[in-house]
Design a protein. Structure first.
Length: 348
């Protein structure tokens, strides 16, 4: 072994292993908050273990989902308001899982940056843990990648991976029929889709992220960073109550593209656009960009983040269940014969 030379270190190349270790220590309490039956190992191993039997399953089918937050991250990076994007990340994955009828069991995250800033990373991952707590799944592992030269200073990227389970024979959609009632659950804003257009609209408006919000309280940036609503526990309660035939998470593609994904090929839907009030953020965006109603409906959730197709004779009871779980429910319309989405009323 050569002595007397000051050789290069990993830190000289821009990777701080000590900062990574400090981050793991800081986020351990957040991860511990997410523990649930079935978790069989904590953070720090080469892999994470989960016991399906301990989680209460007899003959389970596993369901996986992966997603990101999209260009909403650009706003979080530019404003420094990073605390909610972890919730977005979880929501984009687990809201998809529940549409299959699955209960989310565990979550893994991937956080990548050019230079690890421990406080920023911890705030993001603590947000991920909060999303897991709200949806009843465990944060059992992840990857923090410090990659000098790959990202500009201050930039980062996020990806999430969720695994859920259901008992064999309980998958959704199942039993969707003409006459089903469509129940819409209110969104908490734009959620995590369409942000390339959102950012363009802010540019057109001439406003900065720290400008007073023109459609609500606080700054424009903070308002547009409102986290995606988590629908998991509420929807599972409705599924377990009986009568739910399908769920559609309204993400990229809006109502126009997402509801047909859970309908049989020979069925469509009649939607009454007067069944709910368009939230102010969408009115502002439509007015700022002169966006047509059809474009709004196929780009944004327009105030409806999840749709349930339910048996007509169970609709009243399921509205009570969902409202009891804290949801604002709108009767949007019905499933009908004939392919396609048919809108009545006026959104804008």
């Amino acid at each position: 072994m050569t002595s007397g030379k000051n050789g290069l270190t990993y830190a000289d190349a821009g990777v701080d292993i000590d900062a990574g270790n400090a981050l793991v220590d800081r986020i351990k309490p957040a991860a511990k908050r997410t523990n649930r039956p079935g978790v069989a190992s904590g953070l720090g191993g080469f892999g994470a273990l989960f016991d399906l039997k301990a989680a209460g399953y007899n003959d389970p089918i596993l369901v996986g989902a992966t997603d990101g937050v999209g260009t909403k991250l650009r706003i979080a990076i530019d404003t420094g308001v990073v605390d909610g994007v972890g919730i977005d990340l979880v929501a984009m994955c687990v809201n998809d899982l529940v549409c299959q009828g699955a209960e989310p069991l565990f979550f893994l995250d991937y956080f990548a940056t050019g230079k690890l800033e421990t406080d920023v990373a911890a705030r993001i991952i603590e947000g991920i843990a909060e999303g897991c707590v709200r949806s009843g799944c465990a944060l059992i592992g992840g990857e923090t990648a410090e990659m000098p030269g790959m990202y500009p200073e201050g930039d980062f990227d996020l990806a999430g991976f969720a695994v859920g389970a259901m008992e064999r024979g309980t998958a959704l959609p199942e039993g969707v029929a003409e006459g089903d009632v469509l129940l819409g659950l209110a969104s908490d804003g734009v959620h995590s889709n369409g942000y390339s257009l959102v950012r363009k609209l802010v540019e057109v408006s001439g406003l900065n992220w720290d400008a007073d919000c023109p459609f609500g309280e606080g700054t424009l940036g903070a308002a547009l960073l409102t986290p995606t609503r988590l629908y998991v526990k509420q929807c599972l309660a409705a599924v377990r109550a009986g009568g739910v035939h399908a769920l559609a998470h309204i993400t990229g593609g809006g109502l126009t593209e997402n509801l047909p994904r859970v309908l049989p090929e020979d069925l469509g839907a009649d939607i009454d656009l007067n069944a709910w009030n368009l939230p102010p953020v969408f009115k502002w965006m439509a007015e700022t960009g002169g966006i047509a109603e059809a474009e709004m409906l196929k780009t944004f959730n327009c105030g409806i983040g999840m749709i349930l197709s339910v048996s007509a004779d169970r609709a009243d009871e399921l509205v009570k269940v969902l409202e009891g779980e804290g949801e604002t429910v709108a009767r949007l319309g019905t499933v009908t014969a004939g392919v396609g989405m048919r809108y009545s009323g006026k959104l804008l």
